[in-house]
Design a binder for this molecule. Structure first.
Ligand code: E4P
Length: 276
């Protein structure tokens, strides 16, 4: 068994079978993250169901996961596309959060979802803001969370490392930039490294004592074989630290990013792909 790191380890999968495998491999698991693409993968290729059957399938799998890690956090993502209203997203969040006691509801980092999350957090809900690609988006989430008076552990921010690497930017830089900004702000928001593709990404997260990292099963299996590697800097374009204005309200921060839009539409398309 590996020594348990300071960084909390989550599994990036909607499959409870994977949860069991990881519990056997690691002997612990601090949480699990799911998303529409991941639950569609569990359903299987070419299977068509109604929307209510799909939601029931998602709920059943999330409940199995939650039973396996009752002390851990399980992230469940709302459905949203570019037309989904804040009211719809809020309604989904309250429904999904009743599935299990240990849910964090995943909100895409878009204006309508942040409006929904503002009400949800004020009610005491727990949230994981996903599809984060900029320091400005992380600032908006911090400002929103603190305006709702959240506690530590109530809110996660999920920067997507691998998808930034995919466009030639050094995704891990964003983790360090958000960590530095949150330290300056003494933020209650925890940073969850997402879109982790390899051991080098993982080692970086462990080296900077990131709060949380979510790992696909394949990376956990590689980690068992190579428990400690040295982080190797990659030939990617650095993402510089930005000195942002902290005195504004979250609505004044520009949270646009093309990868957020692209990711949102891909999650929506994957979800719809299995509906009849
Ligand atoms: C987890 O919260 C994210 O949805 C996931 O890590 C995305 O990973 P990907 O970029 O490999 O799809």
């Amino acid at each position: 068994m590996l020594p348990r790191p300071q960084t909390k380890i989550f599994l990036d999968s909607a499959n409870p079978q994977d949860t069991k495998v990881v519990l056997d491999l690691l002997g612990f698991l601090d949480g699990q993250t799911t998303n529409p693409s991941l639950i569609v993968k569990v359903l299987g290729e070419n299977v068509k169901v109604s929307e209510s059957e799909m939601l029931e399938f998602y709920k059943t799998n999330v409940q199995k996961i939650a039973n396996l890690i009752p002390q851990g956090s399980v992230s469940i993502e709302v459905y949203a596309d570019d037309t989904t209203s804040p009211e719809d997203i809020y309604h989904q969040a309250t429904t999904l959060s009743q599935w299990i006691p240990n849910a964090h509801i995943k909100f895409p980092t878009i204006p309508n979802a942040l409006l929904a999350a503002e009400k949800f957090l004020a009610d005491g809900g727990r949230a994981n803001f996903t599809l984060v690609f900029t320091q400005a988006q992380a600032l908006a989430i911090h400002l929103l969370a603190t305006s709702c008076g959240v506690n530590k552990g109530q809110v996660f921010v999920s920067p997507f490392v691998g998808r930034l690497d995919d466009i030639g930017q050094n995704g891990v830089d964003l983790l360090q930039n958000i960590q530095r900004m949150y330290q300056e702000l003494n933020s209650p928001v925890e940073i969850l490294g997402a879109s982790i593709r390899n051991l080098n990404h993982l080692q970086y997260c462990l080296d900077i004592n990131l709060d949380i990292v979510t790992l696909p099963l394949t990376v956990i299996q590689q980690w068992i074989d190579q428990p400690s590697i040295s982080y190797v800097p990659q030939p990617l374009t650095p993402i510089p630290y930005e000195n942002l204005d902290y005195s504004v309200s979250w609505q004044d921060v520009n949270i646009d990013h093309p990868l957020t839009t692209k990711g949102l539409l891909k999650f929506a398309a994957d979800w719809k792909s299995c509906l009849n």
